[in-house]
Design a protein around this ligand. Structure first.
Ligand code: FES
Ligand code: FES
Length: 1017
């Protein structure tokens, strides 16, 4: 049919299919700022304005938009500098999103900005509540919404002509060991004063270390280097390309949990017009591999095939095909005839381990790793003994034992998995993919595709969130096999339902704790036994569960003599079942460990009448002590001793307890009973509670992962920074550029960062294990130091030529400048005698004038240590005793992540992590029926937090200077995931005595416990 659309004030006459959605037509027309994350009306990423009102363009037929004014993000503003053409620049909302740090991955950003614009157009002075309501239709998995809300309120103020406080002047300067503002001085969401606080306080509180005081860029809240393009909705993501002859791929997923494929007939599908290829297991080579994107050798079993004659979970691959359109591909899927020979489904890991249970992996190609044993459905086993726990239990006055459970949850990045493959003009296979691990992807895919590594090029564009979900070789092989089969470009984008049924998730676990304690609260022994359900494949099986013990059980060593010789045991079985496979998810096994460990510590403290914070600190690891697991385990490698150099945990507790008002609230019956119902009336059924959890993580994987950087100087004194590291929205491109700018004495926009492309950027292990700022950051710093050295040498030669008229200068001549005396700052090389050269002059000299050379350097870094960040996390909750409803009112996190390179991006990481972890605490869970079928298949049934539902969030950075990094940094990205669930669990216990042993704390569970006679599950 023919339609006329008015998009951004331009008329478009288009031939479309009557069933085409507005989303599809707009993207087809190149409006790539319109994103999609579900196509079922739940995520809001596809928001456009229709006659000024936000609508989900996926839910509207294009034909329905005829006669209406359509606005996309492309209509708003543009980069303020466009050569000789003057422009009005960015819209205030776009500018404030950039300046406020409201952009992380940026996938939801165009939709958030349009939703906000609609609000401000009709209401120039909205309240915070109104802003949150306006943004509530757009899901964001990265930011926790605080900075987007701040950006909108600041933009509104600016548009009204009011002044807003500069971002870098609010919130700094909290001295060490001083209490924060008086409890009650902070208004909570919904209370008077909160709006003011939210508008002003873009920056987190900092307890700063003195080492960075004189730095120009490190420690400064620089806007993200990619934010300007993301607020414009530029075509930066994998799917934002047009390509002639592009085919659309689809997968036929298994409807049964466990079966052998007796017969598969794709002839009818192949015969359908528009179908280019259908592939079954009979059509491609049978190459066993692991989908886990990890270093070589993969620390886990090789147990996967691109296509197999057996299916092992509902959602497993049966066939894939490519067709001219996605609609034809969908139609063709229905024409593939499959006969299954059903096998018993194993849905309980304890049962799956029993002798005589059916075996999931009986394929002869299976390759063991360490103690995996497919005959017992064991993907991995871990047994670690530090000291002697039995002796420790014998010495204890009390022994506490309990079993805890954690559910399967999803990364739920808003950009689904997407990969696009094509042969280039040199017959090399190009894989453009939304991946966290481009170099691992290339290495792992080469044998699967029958190509040498050198004939594969992996390009990673912007990533719309990953959180570990994209540390997996999950879809690239599908598109690549189809490109090989058809010789044509192929795109494979997963649907939201496929994300839920066939992508990866956090491992569910049953965790048994046994702890020995003396009367004074000294731990004498601590044991954790874990049973993990890895699902049908063992991707990340060993390493995720290893971290469950390694990074949680290491925190508590005991006190007195036990501190020098702790007794810790960690035993884990990681078992195959017919559930969808679990994998990497931000926190990487550690949130599971802390749910059990910290809830257990709380029980012990309460039962012994000890102060819960003092009890934890008494037994916690300290600086100068050996990481107790460092001699016992290292992700499948040889362990080596590591001493903790920096630990700000005590200060974190001090700052956090002051910020949440712990001393006024804990054990205060008046405060606990002071809950209100809707109309603001006190209610006997409402109880308030407060809880805390202490946590530690790691920073990178020692002696294993490596990052590299190359840095090249341009004529104008700018630099190209090429890194293999992958910024998945975390801001790593920005912080790496800040480190380079600091060393080179230039502005951040003089560093042109590019990541990553396996053809052009040096190797990097990718974005995982909280390693980029630490590992890749050290590589960048070393490369920048080499370049700086070359600049100094050339500048010295130029100064000395200038002063003596000769190319050489022999010290100690007065006029002679030595390279090491030259300082680089403000884009200049400064001699001690006051003379200066611009870096552009130095670059011109090097490239054009004398002994020409390209000033550039490459450096790489691998770390021998993994310095842990530490944190104290606090939660304040309200529990409705009648319904079991838990409302989390406030989350505070005081964290020692070493030096904070960029407080704006780092606090964004914390806020986003807190809200993601809040889902783990109270509502997120993937459940399956008795046949292994997923119950949660969309964002309607799987709830992630929206803008109007989030609590008050407060971040405090307690800086330490980690001496193993040039700028003193430790990791920040994963640790916020670790302590929210136990802190909320502890707060619920504090509020009403309900002892829940498994998360999430849903109203049903809380209600059931409140109405049970025992008071716990
Ligand atoms: S893509 Fe339209 S609401 Fe998700
Ligand atoms: S910034 Fe919102 S989804 Fe990533």
């Amino acid at each position: 049919m023919n339609i006329n659309l008015n998009v951004n004030d331009h008329p478009l006459n288009l031939e479309i299919h009557p069933g085409d959605s507005l989303l599809k037509v707009l993207r087809w027309q190149g409006f790539f700022g319109v994103k999609h994350g579900c196509e079922t009306g739940e995520c809001g990423a596809c928001t456009v304005l229709l006659d000024g009102k936000p609508v989900n363009s996926c839910m509207l037929l294009a034909a329905q938009a005829e006669g209406h004014a359509i606005q996309t993000i492309e209509a708003l503003g543009e980069h303020p500098q466009q050569g000789w053409r003057s422009t009005p620049g960015l819209h205030a909302l776009q500018r404030l999103f950039v300046e406020s740090g409201a952009v992380q991955c940026g996938y939801c950003t165009p939709a958030q900005i349009l939703a906000a614009k609609a609000l401000l157009d009709r209401n120039p002075a909205p309240t915070e509540e109104e802003v949150r309501q306006a943004l509530s239709g757009v899901l964001c998995r990265c930011t926790g919404y605080l900075k987007p809300v701040q950006a909108v309120l600041r933009a509104a103020a600016w548009l009204r002509g009011e002044e807003t406080e500069p971002e870098d002047e609010a919130g700094f300067g909290l001295p060490p060991s001083q209490p924060g503002p008086e409890p009650g001085g902070f208004a909570s969401a919904g209370e008077p004063g909160f709006l003011l606080e939210t508008v002003r306080r873009v920056m987190p509180k900092m307890v700063a270390t003195p080492q960075t005081e004189t730095m120009q860029h490190v420690g400064k809240p620089e806007p993200k280097v990619d934010a300007v393009k993301l607020v414009q909705g530029k075509p930066a993501f994998t799917a934002d390309v047009e390509m002639r002859g592009l085919l659309h791929a689809k997968i036929l997923h298994s409807p049964v949990a466990h079966a052998r494929i007796k017969k598969i007939d794709a002839s009818r599908a192949r015969a359908l017009e528009g179908v280019a290829a259908v592939l079954t297991w009979q059509d491609i080579p049978r190459v066993v591999f692991s989908t886990a994107g990890q270093s070589d050798p993969i620390p886990g079993p090789l147990d996967s095939f691109s296509l197999d004659y057996k299916v092992r979970f509902v959602g497993d691959r049966v066939a894939f095909l490519a067709a001219e359109t996605a609609e034809i591909a969908e139609q063709a899927l229905k024409l593939i005839e499959v006969e299954y020979e059903p096998l018993p489904a194993l849905l309980d890991p304890a049962q799956a381990m029993q002798p005589g249970s059916p075996r999931l992996h009986d394929e002869p190609e299976y390759v063991n790793f360490a103690e995996s044993d497919p005959s017992r459905n064991l993907a991995a086993h871990i047994g670690i003994d530090i000291g002697d726990v039995e002796k420790g239990f014998a010495e204890a006055d009390f022994v506490f034992e309990e079993e805890y459970e954690v559910p399967k949850v999803q990364q739920a990045h808003i950009e689904p998995h997407v990969a696009l493959t094509y042969w280039d003009e040199d017959d090399r296979l190009v894989i453009r993919t939304s991946t966290q691990v481009p170099f691992h992807a290339r290495r792992i895919l080469a044998p699967v595709l029958g190509l040498p590594v050198k004939r594969i090029r992996v390009i990673k564009p912007r990533i719309g969130g990953g959180f570990g979900g994209k540390q997996e070789i999950l879809i690239e092989d599908v598109a690549a096999h189809l490109t090989i089969a058809t010789r044509r470009p192929v795109i494979y984008e997963t649907t939201r339902e496929e994300q839920f049924i066939a992508a990866r998730s956090r491992h569910p676990m049953r965790i048994r704790m046994k702890t020995g304690v003396l009367k004074d609260g000294t731990l004498t022994a601590n044991a954790m036994h874990v049973l993990t359900d890895t699902g049908a494949y063992g991707c990340h099986a060993l390493t995720v569960t290893g971290n469950t013990g390694h990074k949680s059980m290491a925190l508590y060593v005991g006190d007195g003599p036990y501190r020098q010789k702790p007794n810790i045991q960690f035993v884990a079985d990681i078992v195959y079942t017919n559930h969808p496979p679990a994998g990497a998810y931000r926190g990487y096994g550690v949130p599971q460990g802390y749910w059990a460990l910290d809830r257990h510590m709380e029980r012990i403290a309460r039962q012994l009448g000890l102060d819960p914070l003092e009890f934890r600190l008494k037994n916690a690891l300290r600086a100068g002590e050996l990481h107790p697991f460092s001699m016992a385990w290292s992700e499948g490698r040889e362990p080596r001793p590591e001493t903790i150099q920096t630990c700000g945990l005590e200060e974190c507790v001090r700052q956090g307890r002051a910020a949440i008002g712990w001393d006024q609230k804990y054990n205060n019956p008046d405060w606990h009973a002071g809950g209100f119902v809707g109309a603001g009336l006190p209610s006997p059924y409402i109880r308030r509670g407060i809880g805390a959890a202490l946590v530690m993580q790691g920073t990178a994987i020692p002696y294993l992962d490596m990052g590299a950087a190359s840095l090249k100087m341009n004529d104008d004194g700018s630099f190209n920074l090429l890194i293999g590291a992958t910024d998945l929205g975390t801001g790593s491109d920005t912080v790496l550029a800040q480190m380079a700018a600091e060393v080179l004495g230039v502005e951040l926009d003089d560093i042109i960062t590019y990541s990553s492309d396996t053809d052009f950027t040096p190797f990097d292990k990718g974005a995982y294990a909280s390693s980029t700022t630490y590992i890749s950051g050290t590589a960048v710093t070393h490369a920048a130091q080499q370049v700086a050295e070359r600049i100094r040498q050339r500048a010295a030669r130029m100064f000395n030529q200038e002063s003596r008229g000769t190319p050489t200068c022999v010290p100690p001549s007065q006029s002679c400048v030595l390279p090491e005396e030259i300082r680089l700052m403000d884009r200049m090389a400064l001699a001690p005698d006051g003379r200066s050269l611009s870096l552009a002059q130095v670059a011109h000299h090097a490239l054009h004038h004398a002994d020409q050379e390209q000033i550039m350097a490459v450096a790489s870094y691998m770390s021998p240590v993994s310095p842990p960040p530490f944190a104290a996390q606090f939660a304040e909750v309200t529990v409705d005793l009648e319904t079991g409803q838990v409302v989390v009112d406030k989350l505070v996190m005081a964290v020692d992540s070493g030096v904070i390179v960029n407080p704006l991006t780092a606090s964004g990481q914390i806020e986003g992590g807190l809200v993601q972890a809040l889902g783990y605490a109270v509502c997120e869970e993937m459940r399956y029926d008795g046949e292994g079928r997923a119950r949660e298949r969309d964002f309607n049934t799987y709830h992630i937090f929206r803008a109007h539902e989030t609590p008050s969030l407060e971040t405090i950075f307690v800086e330490t200077f980690e001496p193993t990094h040039p700028f003193g940094v430790k990791a920040v990205a994963e640790i916020p995931m670790d302590g929210v669930a136990p802190a909320v669990g502890n707060a619920v216990l504090d509020a009403c005595g309900a002892e829940l042993l498994d998360n999430p704390l849903t109203p049903e569970k809380v209600w059931r416990v409140l109405h049970s006679t025992s008071g716990h599950e």
